[in-house]
Design a protein around this ligand. Structure first.
Ligand code: ADP
Ligand code: ZN
Length: 293
């Protein structure tokens, strides 16, 4: 089976070829310009390869509801050239094969749950902390959409008293993304995140905010594993700090095996930053299965 995978991001489009075991044969990256410029290049790539199906994990917001008139669209994105763009329709029409579609972060959680450390688990969340914050949710074995899809990077956060930074989310100021995404860290401290790596107070505050959000996710979704990825999480010193604050904030209220073994409960991504593209392979495989059924 030859599967195509597209991880559609705001700055780059990663296109890959692989199979249903998660093996990636090859991949290319194309800058995200306008649909008119970028989509034909991707179509050419997948057409040449003659893929049996394509899976797309996409920046959002998107419409993932198969019963909606705008299913397969990128909807109200601030990247205006892509707003109200029917990305699934464009590939279906050009390739004539089944196309699977979900958010980029749902793609990542699916990759980890199909091929990675969360294999066999039915309730998993994947949080990316990079330019923005996104959360993919696998619940009872299904990717959660609900009325739209989770936008849990924007949960509201209580600021710590020693933090004078106002927050940078244009909608909420001090949501998780507004306080803890890479650009917020850089605006608060006035340096590139990578240059702050030895500054302990930076990562202590960062962990405090991430932990607050994780407590909310733990209390509402009851995940069996929490995976953290994205550029900011390359600062591995965050993990022990986040675990410590989660324990403090939950304050013993929830008693589970998972929380007793918190080092294997709150964990880094396991697939060498390929979780997203591997999840897209699985989205493609699932679309093919549905097409045949
Ligand atoms: P994107 O979210 O655009 O897909 P990334 O996940 O790489 O991309 O996130 C980029 C953000 O992560 C930037 O704001 C950058 O400051 C931050 N970042 C990237 N690498 C590191 C690192 N090694 N340590 C800390 N922050 C990083
Ligand atoms: Zn926000």
């Amino acid at each position: 089976m030859k599967l195509g995978a597209l991880e559609a991001g705001g700055t780059k489009m990663v296109c890959a070829l692989g199979d249903e075991t998660g093996k990636i044969f090859e991949q290319i990256s194309i800058p995200t310009l306008t649909p008119e410029e970028t989509v034909p290049k991707m179509i050419e790539y997948f057409q040449k390869a003659q893929v049996d199906a394509l899976g797309i994990g996409c920046f959002g917001p998107i419409d993932p509801d198969k019963n909606s008139a705008t299913y397969g669209y990128i909807t109200s994105t601030p990247k205006l050239a892509w707003a109200d763009y029917n990305i699934v329709g464009a590939f279906e029409k050009a390739l004539g094969c089944p196309v699977g579609f979900d958010t980029d972060v749902n793609g990542s959680v699916l990759g980890e749950a199909t091929f990675g450390q969360a294999k066999g688990k039915s309730n998993v969340i994947y949080i990316t902390i990079g330019t923005g914050v996104g959360v993919g949710v696998l619940i009872e074995g299904k990717l959660l959409h609900g009325m739209l899809h989770p936008e849990a990077g924007h949960v509201l956060i209580r600021k710590r008293e020693d933090d004078a930074y106002e927050g940078r989310c244009p909608y909420h100021k001090t949501c998780l993304e507004g306080l803890a995404a890479g650009p917020a860290v850089e605006a608060r401290w006035g340096k590139k995140a990578i240059e702050l790596k030895d500054d302990q107070k930076v990562w202590d505050l960062e962990a405090y905010y991430i932990a607050q959000a994780l407590c909310g996710y733990i209390l509402t979704l009851s995940p069996e594993m929490i995976i953290l990825g994205g550029g900011v999480m390359h600062q591995e010193q965050l993990f022990p700090l986040i675990r410590k604050y989660v324990k403090e904030m939950l304050n013993g209220y929830i008693k589970t095996e998972e929380l007793n073994n918190i080092d294997s409960y709150i964990v880094p991504a396991s697939l060498h930053d390929d979780q997203g593209i591997m999840g897209c392979l699985e989205l493609g495989r699932r679309a093919l299965g549905e097409g045949k059924g």
